[in-house]
Design a protein around this ligand. Structure first.
Ligand code: PLP
Length: 549
């Protein structure tokens, strides 16, 4: 079939009916020499981007909805221009880059990072180049086996319970997102439960989480057919550090049982999105013990920290869980996307997601009793990406020590930031830092030093939340730092998540300087409505406090 790729070559056998009927391609879409040339262009482009990334405002400025649509033609070109990739890369530089939020900027502290690496990006490129579709073992045996190996490697590196690994009778797979991991496990739990109690009880199934759980769980529960009224979002509070308590879970489960409903699934989180709170796995598993409730752990962000022994206490009790997922694309150098899911009972996944009508995919040479993994039965889609190659490359090239160094350096910078925030009396850290996420906020104006009145009424809370919302907006508008926010226990907090591969101490220091500058300006404005004395208290606090690491 080489002829398909050789536009310049005459058909080898012009008399062949296939050759006679096949139109020649104008330009071969896949060509080794051209790939080499264009590949260098793209690699240089990316390297230049990293070298200059610090010059961009983290969040695009001057960008309104529709800004790009208006700059691009309404239809795709009908003919390619000469040297089209050079022209396209110019468009990327001039039209697209000004409109992206630079997630790899060392000043990006919003959400949770997408911690990148050279080998993470190149692993993606390698997988894209091979462009295989390993839905079954037979469809690309090495891809499946590499996924089996690499999920066990990662599980061991995180010190997950043996039961979740292939080595211990469970097993792992690589999906795109945590939401997929939640969906697949809810469906597995649902079918396991309905097989026991009867399909007519579908409407009685109840799922549990906390009010800090990522919204993707709600999405997954809906897709899995759980009634909206049977989604229990259990309130947390500041006293428990916004973690789900066993007592609250037990009460919710007992109430449902008393009402004739069936507790099905608990999604516990290690490292919640708003504040990185850690739900106590051991206590939560004990609270539902004996009820056949599937316990899933969403450790999308913080699971990565378990590469370091000092963070492993956060998953104590995981021996009793049914499944566990974490996103190596968040903090383990595996560029987007990669979510690792481990389950204790892979047969439950396969029973729910496998189908009998896939004869077309069967390879007659593979006997069904060989125990090979067909990963299409562990996920929703049939098609699969070769994520194992990227993750394997990251683990192989960085080693576990390399991953530990990344996590520890981010945690260390975040700890330093937390110290300086606490040292500035205008601010408070309402929830202690977990991992590399610092949540902070300006104290209520009424509670600034020299004041004896603490905010107590709803008006105070609203005013203070508004003050902090304005602070975040002002910080982000500078383009010198980009953070995000959360509302926990009614409090609006700024979230500063340290986690980018290019972030150094100086970037964290500058981000803090920006916060201080903007806070001083906002407080000064707010102070014009207060007395002259109060004004002095607020503005004389506007000195930068250096970060000492
Ligand atoms: N769970 C937690 C705790 C998260 O922080 C996030 C995203 O930040 C998610 C789930 C969603 O992850 P994904 O994009 O992989 O679905």
């Amino acid at each position: 079939m080489a002829i398909l790729n050789r536009a310049d070559a005459a058909p080898e056998n012009a008399s062949s009916p296939v050759a006679a009927a096949t139109p020649l391609l104008g330009r071969p879409p896949l060509d080794a020499d051209e790939f080499r040339r264009q590949g260098r262009q793209v690699v240089d482009f990316i390297a230049d981007y990293y070298a200059r990334i610090d010059d961009y405002p983290v969040r695009p400025d001057d960008v309104a909805p529709g800004f790009l649509t208006g700059k691009l033609p309404e239809t795709a070109p009908s003919t390619a221009e000469p040297d089209e990739l050079t022209a396209a890369l110019r468009d990327v530089r001039e039209l697209i880059l000004p409109g992206i939020t630079h997630w790899q900027s060392p000043r990006h502290f919003a959400h949770f990072s997408a911690t990148a690496s050279n080998v993470g990006a190149l692993g993606e490129a390698l997988a894209a180049g091979l462009n295989i579709n390993p839905f079954t073992w037979a469809a690309s045996p090495a891809a499946t086996e590499l996924e089996v190996v690499v999920t066990d490697w990662l599980g061991k590196a995180l010190h997950l319970p043996e039961k979740l690994l292939f080595a211990g009778g469970g097993g792992g797979t690589l999906l795109g997102t945590s939401c997929e991991a939640m969906l697949c496990t809810i469906v597995a739990a649902r079918d396991r439960k309905l097989a026991e109690i009867g399909e007519e009880r579908m409407g009685d199934l109840v799922v549990y989480c906390s009010d800090q759980t990522h919204f993707s769980f709600q999405k997954a529960a809906r897709i899995a057919g759980i009634r909206r009224g049977n989604y229990r979002e259990i309130p947390t509070c500041r006293e428990s550090g916004f973690a789900l308590t066993a007592k609250a879970l037990q009460a919710a489960v007992s109430a449902d049982e008393a009402a004739g409903r069936v507790p099905l699934f608990l999604c516990a989180t290690v490292g919640t999105t708003p504040t990185s709170a850690v739900d106590p796995l051991r206590e939560l598993c004990a609270a539902v013990e004996g009820r056949d409730v599937w316990v899933h752990v969403d450790a999308a962000y913080a699971g990565a920290a378990c590469v370091c022994p000092e963070f492993r206490h956060n998953i104590a009790g995981a021996e009793a869980v049914d499944s566990f997922s974490t996103n190596p694309h968040k903090w383990l150098l595996a560029n987007m996307d990669c979510c690792a899911l481990w389950v204790r009972q892979p047969t439950a996944l396969v029973a729910a997601l496998g189908t009998e009508s896939d004869v077309i995919l069967k390879d007659a040479a593979v006997r069904s009793d060989t125990g090979v993994v067909d990963y299409k039965d562990w996920q929703v889609a049939l098609s699969r990406r070769f994520r194992a190659l990227k993750l394997w490359l990251v683990l192989r090239c960085h080693g576990i020590d390399g991953l530990r160094a990344v996590v520890r350096s981010h945690v260390c910078m975040a700890a330093a930031l937390e110290r300086v925030v606490r040292a500035d009396a205008r601010f408070e850290v309402p929830v202690p830092r977990q991992f590399a996420l610092v949540c902070f906020r300006l104290r209520a104006a009424a509670a600034l030093p020299g004041e004896d009145k603490l905010p107590c009424g709803d008006d105070d809370v609203t005013t203070n939340n508004e003050l902090n919302r304005r602070l975040l907006e002002a910080v982000n508008a500078t383009g010198r730092a980009y953070m995000s926010s959360a509302v926990v226990g009614g409090m609006y907090v700024l979230r500063c998540a340290v986690g980018n591969s290019l972030t150094e101490e100086r970037h964290v220091q500058e981000a803090w300087n920006v916060v201080q500058e903007q806070a001083a300006a906002i407080l000064a404005t707010a102070a014009t409505t207060r007395t002259a004395e109060e004004h002095a208290v607020a503005t004389t606090m506007a000195y930068p406090i250096p970060i000492y690491l």
